[in-house]
Write a protein that binds this ligand. Sequence first.
Ligand code: T4K
Length: 400
Amino acid sequence: MSVAPGSKRRPAVLGGAPVFAAPVTVTRALAPARDAMDRRLDGVLADRWFTNDGALVRELESRLAERLGGAYCAAFCNGTFAIEAALRSFDLEGEVITTPFTFPATVHAIAWSGLEPVFCDVDPESWNLDPARAAERIGARSAALLPVHVFGNPCDVAALAGLGRRHDLPVIYDAAHAFDVRLHGRPIAAHGDCSVFSFHATKIFHTGEGGGAVGPDAGRYERLRLLRNFGIASEDVVRGVGVNGKLSELHAALGLAVLDDVAAETRRRAALAARYRERLAGWEGIRLQRMAPGTTPNHFNFAIAIEEAGFGLSRDAVYHALRAENVMARRYFNPLCSEIDAYRGLPSASPDALPHAHRISREVLCLPLFGDLGEDSVDGVVDALDSLRACAPEVRRALT
Ligand code: T4K
């Protein structure tokens, strides 16, 4: 049953008072308890050991390997470089099949590693790479699959594993959004040949800047360690080409302190996400991402898809009108990676072959979600949306 607009308030784009007096951002980084941070920093300063496989990086790696379900976790200076290193650790040549509905980092990491991205359409409900479409893209030059667990929603891991096995291609997941996500009770990184997480400040678990590659094959850790440390195996042995992709002890200190608070943050986000879902239930023109059955989500964000025909306003109109309300919702991921200059000329970037990705990137809007947002603020965002749909024709006119 569809729920009609109930709002009598005047949207800010039509001269009403904004819902929020100050900007409410899409996310807000978790700040650890000061004593948890200080304790670790004191140790770093006392030892004067700031980087190069320090004790805190090693502690973080071992705690994350266990928590994320891998035989190892190799920490890096950021998630983008971690994807590059993961790709290089498989000694690939040729094409890597990926999704256009992702942050540019995914595709840049492929190109920066001397590989060619091949775009493949997404599933219209899960918004993740569609394994059936990926199968059609496999050819003689295919080297790997690089699907993304978009917004922490697990890909169709069984189908992708089958595809990888049949064609002898490694499956490397961009799990930037998927920290702590589980599928049928197992950590998400138990799937695939390697999973790469981002530890950027915008993620639930973070080290300020950072990333980690996690996987089932303990032997890969040494290769990843060489890639992030100039190829230096020992004082007088340099193996292959490596660069500097290390995480510092200061970042690891932040990460270890943040780690203590992630479970509570996720619980707070779960309650707020439930409130969004309850308030938005039955609204015409609003769809949610279909999560894979058996997912334990991390509530990394709260994404809605806005269908103009049903809602009365386009996603872009809603985005602009919400800014006037001080709601800084974000259009992740628009433009698609297949639309950006560096990749639009690729044969696989043709919009005709990516209809679902194009539609989704025009419809998705990520609403504010972070632990200390508060239920009143969720209600404020939903009230703003309600007033927009109630006054849709006027809002449309005001924005043109
Ligand atoms: N793969 C995928 C699928 C990804 O989404 C990403 C990164 C990567 C790979 C690469 O991982 P990294 O190399 O970054 O580790 C952000 C992040 O910079 C980026 O990490 C993230 N994905 C992407 C989805 O979002 P922006 O440009 O949207 O961030 P920004 O600066 O506008 O921040 C958004 C909001 O976050 C702010 O309004 C407030 C909050 N914030 C931000 C920062 C920087 C904080 O509360 N504290 C902070 O320090 O890209």
